[in-house]
Design a protein around this ligand. Structure first.
Ligand SMILES: [Ca+2]
Length: 603
């Protein structure tokens, strides 16, 4: 790690603390002009600098005022260092594209909606379709296959959930800590190694339980424990300690909720608020969400038809028997379900909604802490999900007691393919698959100090790999990439104020036999409906070859529902994109084999 340049400049919040409020909007950059202390102003101020320069100071009186204000800013802000941008990356687990209210959901998410209203919502932002690969992407800026955190055809080393990153694949925290940042992690990790061995000062990763409640088998069970609340509380504790003991440093916080991943566990009072909400069924909910997306102007394409033949990606027939007559493994027409099945399915969706609702409430508590610290405006906040909503159905952990209240600690329920289809509205398929339903995520960005736009949509292509380079760009940390390949992600900064700013033109996908490449609006995809033997997946991936590629081609500009296969119409394009998929696979395979001697544990 070398060459990082932490820079220091006054912010509007700093000036407000000094009582300099009036007139600031008109001339904040004048302050910077008058001071030799500051090397690079933040984007909002930089634009105003250009405007001010063109004005060329109409008169000397103006200049004197400017110099005086600059002196005041320095004099009353001795701790300029803590005005460097903070970062809060909030990651949800198995949340569907349309679950938050600001993406069309009926679930109450006022805190996420407020972040969207004060910032940006991206409508073409992607994850990797699965938990651990997305986390690796977020934390390193690389596709997970480059850093051995997901399998790919031809990969013979240990990849996937138990793969160990190459030495050069540092985490964001490992970049930021030597640059002066305090680094915090709260919640789920699912990356190789421990957070505190990978650049984080504090983490609660060790506090595990089989579900969202304390273990029912524990003697001294804490009946009040709820994981989502505990995760947020850890984040708040970290921030409070930061304010008390490290306020001269900026911070990076990775807040990774387990919600709303299975088991569906929620607090009774939260479930109660949604208990009767979903009895009209998944088709009705999809139509409702689609209509709300139209009203929000999201422009994410038509509603894809439900795929009745697509059920859970892994088959556990014996486990499903335990769940009783209410469970169904296919998203059948709602009217064909028995009354018992309808009630059971609607209850599961109510628990899912309650989990999302509670997560939003807890996000609100964390945001309130930031506001109390005076850091809300100066913290770059983003929110996303690690994959689409899940069609999986299984019973793990401490098992399922059919006589227990649904959503309580003794139950083990999963959302399943019916209401997962609704959670992913309007897209096709679910977590694990690389169709739009598996890989599309809400992406909310909020940063009043650096982004002028409020309540705006962004259609720029983006991916979880972009978060690390964006954060490092805003933190002004220069990358030392001598030990490994360049990051695949790109800084999203140009898109903050410009919906036409170039980001990616190309995104690559692979997960468990599901392949895709997006180039502009074109997407090729090749996929399997079901892989009932997940324990074979590494061997299966290693043996997959070009000959297996039965590609479909979609034009996402008009067909984000992935319904009209144009492969026969454009065979040359399919061939060119398939070749490109393999070219990138070759590169990623090469990258993953590169080991370097660079010490990544320098700090
Ligand atoms: Ca997940």
């Amino acid at each position: 790690m070398s060459g990082f340049k932490p820079l220091v400049f006054p912010t509007q919040a700093a000036l407000k603390r000094c009582g300099v409020q009036k007139g600031l909007e008109a001339q904040p950059m004048d302050i910077l002009l008058g001071s030799p202390t500051y090397e690079t102003p933040p984007p909002k101020l930089r634009n105003q600098l250009l405007e001010t320069t063109e004005m060329n100071f109409r008169n000397v009186r103006n200049l004197i005022w400017v110099m005086a204000l600059a002196g005041l800013a320095i004099a009353c802000n001795p701790l300029m260092a803590n005005e460097r941008t903070n970062f809060l990356v909030i990651l949800a687990d198995d949340l569907g594209f349309s679950d938050p209210g600001c993406y069309g959901g009926e679930i109450e998410t006022p805190n996420l909606d407020a972040l969207a209203a004060g910032g940006l919502r991206y409508t073409q932002f992607y994850n990797t379709a699965r938990c651990w690969p997305t986390r690796a992407a977020v934390m390193t800026g690389y596709y997970p296959q480059q850093v051995r955190r997901d399998s790919m055809p031809g990969a013979t080393r240990q990849y996937g959930g138990s793969g160990k990153r190459p030495e050069w694949a540092q985490t964001l925290a490992e970049y930021l800590r030597p640059a002066g940042y305090r680094t915090y992690h709260s919640g789920k990790w699912h990356i190789d190694g421990k957070p505190t061995d990978n650049g984080f000062d504090l983490s609660d990763e060790a506090t595990r339980s089989p579900g969202f409640f304390d273990s029912i088998r524990k003697k001294n069970r804490d009946p009040k424990f709820y994981r989502t609340t505990a995760t947020a509380q850890h984040a708040i504790d970290c921030l409070q300690e930061h304010a008390e003991e490290h306020s001269d440093q900026p911070f990076f916080h990775f807040l990774a909720f387990h919600a709303p991943h299975f088991p569906l566990h929620a607090l009774p009072e939260d479930i109660e608020r949604y208990r009767d909400r979903y009895i009209a069924g998944w088709e009705a909910l999809r139509e409702e969400r689609k209509q709300r997306q139209r009203e929000l102007g999201l422009n994410v394409g038509p509603l894809s038809p439900i795929e009745q033949e697509v059920g859970p990606p892994y088959a556990f027939p014996d486990q499903i028997k335990v769940l009783g007559e209410g469970e169904v493994t296919r998203p059948l027409p709602w009217e064909e379900l028995t009354e018992e099945q309808q009630q059971f399915q609607a209850t599961k969706m109510a628990i899912h909604a309650a989990m999302v609702d509670r997560m939003d409430q807890e996000i609100g508590r964390v945001l309130a802490q930031l506001k109390e610290m005076g850091q809300f405006e100066n913290t770059w906040i983003c929110f996303l999900s690690d994959n689409g909503a899940s069609a999986e159905i299984m019973v793990r952990g401490e098992g399922h007691d059919p006589s227990a209240s649904p959503g309580s600690a003794a139950t083990y329920l999963c959302l399943g393919p019916g209401f997962s289809s609704a959670a992913n509205t309007p897209f096709r398929r679910h977590k694990t698959w690389v169709h739009e339903g598996g890989t599309s995520t809400p992406f909310i960005v909020h940063w009043p100090e650096g982004i002028r736009a409020e309540n705006e949509l962004r259609t720029n292509l983006g991916h979880a790999i972009d978060i690390a380079p964006t954060v490092l760009d805003l933190a002004r940390v220069e990358l030392d990439e001598t030990g490994g390949p360049p990051m695949s992600g790109r800084s999203l900064k140009p898109s903050f104020d410009d919906n036409d700013a170039a980001t990616h033109n190309e995104l690559w996908f692979y997960h468990e036999g599901n392949w895709a490449l997006r180039q502009g609006d074109w997407k090729i995809i090749h996929s399997n409906i079901s892989r009932p033997f997940p324990w074979l997946r590494s061997e299966t991936a290693a043996n997959e070859s070009k000959e297996n590629g039965d590609w479909q081609l979609y034009d996402l500009a008009s067909d984000r529902a992935e319904q009209s296969n144009l492969a026969d119409k454009h065979p040359e394009r399919v061939q060119q994109m398939a070749d490109r998929w393999w070219e990138l696979r070759d590169q990623f395979l090469h990258d993953s084999m590169v080991d370097s001697d660079r010490s990544r544990r320098a700090n």
